[in-house]
Design a protein around this ligand. Sequence first.
Ligand SMILES: NC(=O)c1ccc[n+]([C@@H]2O[C@H](COP(=O)([O-])OP(=O)(O)OC[C@H]3O[C@@H](n4cnc5c(N)ncnc54)[C@H](O)[C@@H]3O)[C@@H](O)[C@H]2O)c1
Length: 346
Amino acid sequence: MKHEAVGVRVLVTGGAGYIGSILVSMLLERGYQVKCLDRFFFGKETLASVADDPNLEMIKEDIRWFDPEILRGVDAIMDLAALSNDPSGELDPSKTMEINYKGRVRVATLAKKYGVEKYILASTCSVYGFQDEVVNENSPTNPLTTYAKANLKAEKEVLLLADNSFSVTVLRQATVYGLSPRMRFDLAINGMVLGFYKNGKIPIMRDGTQWRPFVHVKDTSKAFITVLESLSDVVNGEIYNVGSNDQNVQIMPLAKLIAESIDLPFNFDWYGSPDKRSYRVDFTKINKSLGFEPKFTPKDGAKEVYEALVKGTVTDNIKTRTVEWYKYLLEAHKIIREVEYKGEIF
Ligand SMILES: NC(=O)c1ccc[n+]([C@@H]2O[C@H](COP(=O)([O-])OP(=O)(O)OC[C@H]3O[C@@H](n4cnc5c(N)ncnc54)[C@H](O)[C@@H]3O)[C@@H](O)[C@H]2O)c1
């Protein structure tokens, strides 16, 4: 693959999503030619700011069924399409396996067949489950949900496809935060900021001592680009945790930090039953091998989300809560099927 962006064709599945819409913009900014393959469950408007870019092609397709000819001439794939969290994954576990596991293995298998050089899988630190020890890429995995299990199965199978002419890399991302055109308030930091904005209190899951790893949406996007621009000899067949050791944080101190970043007196509300489930992740490998270092902190993320809420450039609506939106689509589909007649309502 060429070592400069111009002329390099990158296909991003799920490119209109929370991470994808930031990643696609960053790729375009660097001069890549981008194909965004997405079902657009959250709309095409998430890519409105780059829609007129001649280097962007939007393809409304499903990773399970797209015509593989789409892959002809593609140099690299970043595979982000998925039902993207635990509760969405439990709506219909067999569909989750179809999309998040089989769908992604299909993308990687076809990519290899069509001569794509590099494939990068968007996975998650939740494959580790909750563990007492600090976990690294060699630690035993412990996927607890359908979402985490599907990710782990996909990881294992796509890595088997790696060879001298097909580079495969898995990125296990920490929980992401920060502003995106497809906003997600179902992610911990963003949800805390929204609670603070709406009620003056940060919602905290009991008892606040639990640890979680975090990464900013621009930084996790940068990790995909770092892998894209690294030599295949270095990244081929590798798994990297994406985040930084100093962004493993306990929920209560995190909430205090968020209040500080917004410059408001700290106040909070408990919710949920005592949650002692905790995990900490080691991010040394991506830093040492690829020189990856996040630029943003939870404070930066909280500040930008709060300011956007105040300005009204982002709003709290059902599309920002992934599982609620998918539930709504399923329910709406059922109703429309019942009442439509010859494809029309009236
Ligand atoms: N956001 C996080 O905190 C986080 C953390 C770890 C891993 N991840 C993973 O990163 C990826 C992106 O996450 P996100 O937060 O941007 O999620 P998202 O839900 O915002 O984006 C997913 C995108 O995939 C599309 N999509 C879903 N099913 C599809 C299908 N069958 N065919 C084509 N497109 C489909 C959706 O329309 C959406 O645009 C996901 O794989 C997610 O599991 C996210």
